[in-house]
Design a protein around this ligand. Sequence first.
Ligand SMILES: [Zn+2]
Length: 134
Amino acid sequence: MINIRNFNRSLFNNRAFIMKYWIIENSRIPQALSLFINIWAITLYPFIICQGKLEQRTRTHEIIHLHQQREFLLIGFYLLYVAFWVWGALRLRSFHAAYRAIPFEQEAYANDADPTYPLNRKSHSWIKFIRNEQ
Ligand SMILES: [Zn+2]
């Protein structure tokens, strides 16, 4: 059964700015979008959509993506995300390695163990992860 929780709130960039988002659990959307890699959860602002129950670490990971998406007014994020992925796939010859090399993902994976990270994150922090290959 699909479970939608309304109006989760997160502080944004250390300012008293409330970011609203919705969590959709037990959704088939991530599976349907799993064309190149397996997707367990995906963030399509303002929704975090998960195949099953959204655990804390994944939630923090996806909240980081919410912040990144907002910084780029969504469309810029998706264009850059795809551009980084294509660029990585050409260099690394692997969709999964290219996905992990995307600076937005590197920032999220590097910080998703800390649920307070999104509260303290400086805007555009993903820039530090450009060409920081794993
Ligand atoms: Zn991610």
